[in-house]
Design a protein around this ligand. Sequence first.
Ligand SMILES: CC(C)(COP(=O)(O)OP(=O)(O)OC[C@H]1O[C@@H](n2cnc3c(N)ncnc32)[C@H](O)[C@@H]1OP(=O)(O)O)[C@@H](O)C(=O)NCCC(=O)NCCS
Length: 169
Amino acid sequence: MTVADTLSQPRLAPERPEDAAEADALIARAFGPGRFAKAAERLREHNRPLEGLCVVAHADGQVVGCVRQWPVLIGQRPAVFLGPIAVDEAWRHHGLGGALVKRAADAARAAGHDLILLVGDTPLFRRMGFDAAPARRIVMPGPVDQRRVQVKALKPGADDNLAGLVVVA
Ligand SMILES: CC(C)(COP(=O)(O)OP(=O)(O)OC[C@H]1O[C@@H](n2cnc3c(N)ncnc32)[C@H](O)[C@@H]1OP(=O)(O)O)[C@@H](O)C(=O)NCCC(=O)NCCS
């Protein structure tokens, strides 16, 4: 039995300023210091998370999961860059990661965005509706395994003819 089996179900909500420190600590635990060297970080530094589109999961008064989203341009096309996503180790394998991505994508769609971009594990995100094939000609601002660059169209055709360098919007 894990902690997650004994406590109440996590509650998902938009990240508030008072959640930020706990979410940052969770991300630091999940990824370690190496995260700052990633190409994805180039799209987060000098950028601001999209208000209302970052999601946290609270359980028993603690932040046990989080996902953030950022405005970027792929060439000239506006898109949302998703990440990092982290779930506290005690709460993993219960569908919370998938629920966070779904909530984040729903919020992005409701806010009028039509495309989400991320760099991540292919099997994990394929199950959440992401696809590497339309992202082949997208150029991240730093070295990256191109197979991990994936997109999810929030509207039909939003992932057609994607190409170009990704920059902070
Ligand atoms: C990735 C993460 C957010 C998933 O959270 P979660 O709540 O366990 O996600 P879900 O329960 O919805 O899905 C779990 C499934 O995702 C898949 N999965 C998780 N991590 C994976 C990985 N690194 N590569 C491939 N598949 C992975 C597994 O199939 C797993 O299934 P299982 O529970 O049967 O083992 C969590 O493991 C985490 O915080 N990891 C550390 C940070 C990280 O790697 N973030 C993603 C960067 S790409």
